[in-house]
Write a protein that binds this ligand. Structure first.
Ligand SMILES: Cc1cc2nc3c(=O)[nH]c(=O)nc-3n(C[C@H](O)[C@H](O)[C@H](O)COP(=O)(O)O)c2cc1C
Length: 178
């Protein structure tokens, strides 16, 4: 299995990046894994054209190679931020089709949890991805000094990564009851 963790926040003090990294570190050793951080990628904004850009090609290759993709993001105005949506626009629906896509998000408060649907809906209804039914949502209260310090979220991450990777394996194996 190939699992890609995409950290999409452009904030240098990103908390969702910490969450994404913690999920990445929980991936099984047996899997081949990819870590991609949009802070390092410098992706241009999608203009709808056929980009001949190394940065876009790298993103497309990463998504194409993955069986399972975790997208981590912070909540901006009750939606996924523009930088997060930009990866969907560049990579395109075909590269997500049939992949098991999972989400991990950080908001400023607990009330924005339903904002995760701003990505699950297009993934499910338009992109033809298999959306992992488990996701992680938390707030700044789970972090201190650039570290995740919330034992509840730590154990939620354990369960979440296990659900995501097991589902990826089953979907890849063609299990109709996955
Ligand atoms: C422009 C902007 C809009 C935001 N809108 C929301 C919001 O609608 N709901 C919420 O819970 N938090 C909101 N926040 C707080 C962020 O979700 C929070 O700071 C989170 O940690 C951002 O993710 P990051 O740290 O990975 O960049 C907003 C922050 C910014 C900068």
């Amino acid at each position: 299995m190939n699992h890609l963790v995409l950290s999409t926040s452009l904030s240098p003090t990103s908390r969702s990046r910490i969450l994404a990294r913690a999920a990445y570190e929980r991936l099984p050793d047996s899997d081949s894994t990819q870590w991609m951080d949009l802070q390092d990628e410098g992706l241009p904004l999608c203009d709808g054209g056929p980009s001949a850009d190394d940065r876009v090609d790298r993103l497309r290759r990463g998504v194409a190679q993955a069986d399972g993709i975790l997208i981590a993001f912070g909540i901006y105005n009750y939606l996924a931020p523009a930088a997060t949506k930009n990866i969907l626009e560049w990579a395109g629906r075909a590269s997500f089709e049939g992949k098991v896509v999972a989400f991990a998000a950080v908001g400023g408060g607990p009330g924005s949890l339903p904002s995760v649907a701003s990505l699950t809906t297009p993934m499910l209804l338009d992109f033809g991805a298999v959306v992992c039914p488990s996701f992680v949502y938390t707030t700044g209260a789970s972090f201190a000094d650039d570290a995740l310090v919330d034992p509840n979220i730590e154990s939620r991450l354990d369960e979440f990564v296990s659900t995501w990777t097991t589902l990826t394996q089953r979907v890849r194996a063609g299990d109709q009851h996955a």
